[in-house]
Design a protein around this ligand. Sequence first.
Ligand SMILES: Nc1ncnc2c1ncn2[C@@H]1O[C@H](COP(=O)(O)OP(=O)(O)OP(=O)(O)O)[C@@H](O)[C@H]1O
Length: 254
Amino acid sequence: MSTSPVLVIRHGAVAYDRPVLRDVNLTVTSGEVVAVLGANGSGKSTMIRAALGLVPLAEGEVELFGTPLRRFRERRRIGYVPQRLGAGGGVPATVGEVVGSGRLARRGFPGRRTAEDRQAVAGALAAVGLTDRANDPVASLSGGQQQRTLIARALAGQPDLLVLDEPTAGVDAASQEAFADALRDFVARGGTVLLVAHELGPLQPVITRAVVVHDGVIAHDGPVPHPSGHHAEPGHDHVHPHAPQDPPSIWGRE
Ligand SMILES: Nc1ncnc2c1ncn2[C@@H]1O[C@H](COP(=O)(O)OP(=O)(O)OP(=O)(O)O)[C@@H](O)[C@H]1O
């Protein structure tokens, strides 16, 4: 199996109105499932968006599949599911249509739908457990199901790298298990995954490496750190404001 770098960030820095990321160095290799963890506002989303060229780097460089970002043209090799994007949004599309749109980059112009397209869409719907909802309007689905629709759209494109920003936020436990299985299957077929998460939950066994972002720098890169104290309690959702005496945590929301 090839272990070539899929994504490299070297000395990456991003600033909006103020610096948000500094000297980020990250290499994701083929077959890895890397979780980006860290507190609210630490820079996790910014890091993956910069890696995809959605946010400009103030310093440093990015390579995707061995090609510098500015010369990278094989967008279809990447499936990206952004954070909290309501797939419904008043668009009267069905689940099947939204997932089918994930095939567009793969089609030539004028782009007829092929048997392969149909198969990929069916496989992606099955992977996220939404086969029986294919003909329903996306707007009629729950938030978690809409999130799964977007994951299926990314899977339908049969990317080599799947980048997901909080894919399981607001998704129930059974769906998280189904998503973990879908990821396993994706990696078994040669895929690589980079995902942002607050809680790993059922995803934990699938994760091969964790990167913790703290205050705009990578504070840990290695095995998944174990949550400690009350952060480890089931159901702890990390959204409460911490009392000043709380120990600092690199795990949850502060
Ligand atoms: N487009 C933007 N313009 C200005 N500031 C931004 C922008 N996007 C993010 N920020 C700021 O950059 C910092 C990092 O944000 P980012 O979304 O990367 O954090 P995060 O770790 O993903 O947080 P969360 O867990 O809440 O999603 C935050 O202070 C945020 O307010």
